[in-house]
Design a protein around this ligand. Structure first.
Ligand code: DGL
Length: 276
């Protein structure tokens, strides 16, 4: 894979800012890699778009990241993974990791009664990608689209009574229909990790939350150890990651919005215009 001074270059792709929650998890686990992050902010949200559109956008972004030296691609966007992982993998020349399989794997490990609730965008839920990945592991899944949560998080209403009320309604509908005793809630959207404390409060007490951002970071770390065994995440001498960001809409807006998702200031952002 492509490296700079023997460090891997990991390309992270998302429809916008939300995938920065995945980058945050990657940085915590794999600090000794360099990262290129592509946020397709001009064309978000993906969660309400068709398979054809999402696949076309995602393949363009994958080509962009590869052309800029990414030696591995992380599809941080749940919607892009759910709808277009196969197309992206077929179009790429480097290993591609999506968020659905790692999320399903972590849910399978966490669930005792093999009943799981998954929340995500309309498109992710309609694709049934999580349901299929969970059923392949012997679990039953109830999927619930929660379209209002993305705009509420982008509004910065993380600990807010309106968000809490909306989450209560969604989760009451999800933990029903024979799934009241489901013991795992999978956060199948890039924005939801920010709501983890709120969702933990609102979900039934017996429920464990699986964050597909964290599970994906663990899978990437494992893959890197196979591809570049010297770059173990727990090795003694760490040097900090170099981060470069690309956004298809305003740089200033990316910096302003992105900060809360990444949990640190965002500096090196370039505006890019992907021609249709
Ligand atoms: N990144 C998307 C996801 O994880 C959420 C935002 C969008 O709809 O573009 O599904």
């Amino acid at each position: 894979m492509s490296t700079s001074s023997s460090r891997p270059i990991i390309g992270v792709f998302d429809s916008g800012f939300g995938g920065l929650t995945v980058l945050k998890a990657l940085l915590e686990l794999i600090p000794d890699a360099d990262y290129l992050y592509f946020g397709d902010t001009a064309r978000l949200p993906y969660g309400s778009k068709s398979v054809e559109t999402v696949a076309r956008y995602a393949v363009e972004a994958a080509h962009f990241l590869e052309a800029h030296g990414a030696g591995m691609l992380i599809i941080a966007c749940n919607t892009a993974t759910a709808l277009a992982l196969d197309q992206i993998t077929a179009a790429a020349h480097v290993p591609v990791v999506g968020v659905v399989e790692p999320g399903a794997e972590a849910a399978a490990a966490a669930s005792r009664n093999k009943k799981v609730v998954v929340i995500g965008t309309e498109a992710t839920v309609s694709s049934h990608a999580y349901k299929k990945a969970l059923e392949n592991r012997g679990l039953r899944a109830w999927e619930k689209a929660c379209p209002l949560l993305v705009p509420l998080v982008e509004e910065g209403w993380i600990e807010h009574p309106v968000t809490e009320q909306v989450a209560r309604i969604y989760l009451a509908e999800a933990f029903a229909n024979g799934f009241a005793d489901a013991d795992v809630l999978v956060l199948g959207c890039t924005h939801y990790p920010l709501l983890k404390p709120l969702l933990q409060r609102v979900a039934p007490d017996h429920v464990a939350i699986v964050d597909s951002a964290e599970s994906t970071a663990r899978v990437v770390s494992g893959r890197l150890q196979t591809l570049a065994p010297t770059l173990s995440p727990d090795r003694q001498k760490r040097s900090s990651s170099r981060l470069k960001f690309f956004a298809t809409d305003s740089v200033e807006k990316f910096q302003r919005f992105g900060r809360q998702f990444l949990g640190q200031p965002i500096e090196d952002v370039l505006h890019v215009d992907l021609k249709e």
